[in-house]
Design a protein around this ligand. Structure first.
Ligand SMILES: Nc1ncnc2c1ncn2[C@@H]1O[C@H](COP(=O)(O)OP(=O)(O)OP(=O)(O)O)[C@@H](O)[C@H]1O
Length: 276
């Protein structure tokens, strides 16, 4: 399978005293959904900034769609990668929400007649239809995050990087955006790299990278990663609620395996009832 992103022996330091990223290597296959987790300050956002060339590596290489990221290539490469940051305040350009979502589309020369449809659909996907004429600066933190996500959804680039971009959303908003990300990934084959503290989102991804003090500590499927709750706890990380619940049901003899999502826990219980 071709790779969307290849990171090879990447190191980076903000200061001379200490390295923030220490010899990190990983690959993200095209069309895959990867999450990066790690304690605060483990270097997750720094990796995202290195990938899109906002920071320059001290050593190592990064390839996007088989091209090495460098000052010469980054401008062209960015047309294939959309990124939504944690702090939406730094991302607004338009004077209304609609203008803001339109900005990326205009840059990509999307015809006017398609533009309105894309703005409407992406605003609806993040629950912001009623705010299209609002000024972005007047929105709450979570609403701003929704608009920033809508701007990227509208452009549907080949690769999307989410850097804790649902951190300010209420639980329902988070769940519906997670659903939207999953839908986008499955229906359009878009490569997703999501930096997150939301273990429910991690459970829906295909591959997980666990970062600890600038190094990769573990890598694998969500099931493989969540099979080590004690290791995760040592890194201030948790397992999804559904997994805790399924472990509890196992202790009561009701279920017989670890299950990562609530939907699947409910399916398993329904299955038991139907075989009673
Ligand atoms: N501009 C900067 N100058 C100096 N040090 C920085 C800078 N930005 C980040 N750091 C340091 O680099 C380390 C990694 O930061 P980074 O933001 O990548 O972590 P993170 O894993 O994304 O954290 P969080 O989960 O809190 O968002 C931290 O120790 C942080 O203090």
């Amino acid at each position: 399978m071709e790779n969307a992103i290849e990171v090879s022996h990447l190191s980076f330091a903000y200061t001379e005293e200490a390295e923030t990223i220490k010899d990190v290597s990983f690959t993200i296959p095209k069309g895959s959904y990867t999450t990066i987790i790690g304690h605060n300050g483990s270097g997750k956002s720094t990796i995202a900034k290195l990938i899109i060339g906002l920071l320059g590596a001290k050593s190592g290489t990064i390839k996007i769609l088989d091209q090495v990221v460098s000052p010469e290539t980054i401008y062209e490469l960015r047309s294939h990668v959309g990124i939504v940051f944690q702090n939406p305040d730094n991302q607004f350009i338009g004077s209304t929400v609609a203008d803001d979502i339109a900005f990326g589309l205009e840059n990509h020369c999307v015809p006017q007649e398609q533009m309105q449809d894309l703005i409407d659909k992406s605003a609806a996907a993040v629950g912001m239809t009623d705010f299209l004429d609002a000024e972005p600066t007047h929105l709450s933190g979570g609403q701003k995050q929704r608009v920033a996500i809508a701007g990227i959804l509208a452009m549907a680039p080949e690769i999307i990087i989410f850097d804790e971009s649902t951190s300010m959303l209420d639980p329902q908003g988070k769940a519906s955006i997670n659903q939207e990300i999953n839908h986008l990934h499955q229906s359009r084959d878009i490569t997703i790299l999501s930096i997150t503290h939301d273990m429910e989102e991690v459970a829906q991804s295909e591959h997980v990278i666990v970062l600890n003090q600038g190094k990769i500590e573990m890598e694998g499927t969500p099931k493989e990663i969540f099979a080590h709750p004690d290791l995760l706890k040592n890194m201030q990380l948790d397992i999804p609620f559904a997994l805790k619940f399924s472990k509890y049901l196992q202790s009561k003899g009701i279920l017989h395996e670890d299950i990562l999502t609530l939907d699947k826990v409910v399916d398993a219980i329904c299955q038991l009832k139907s075989t009673d």
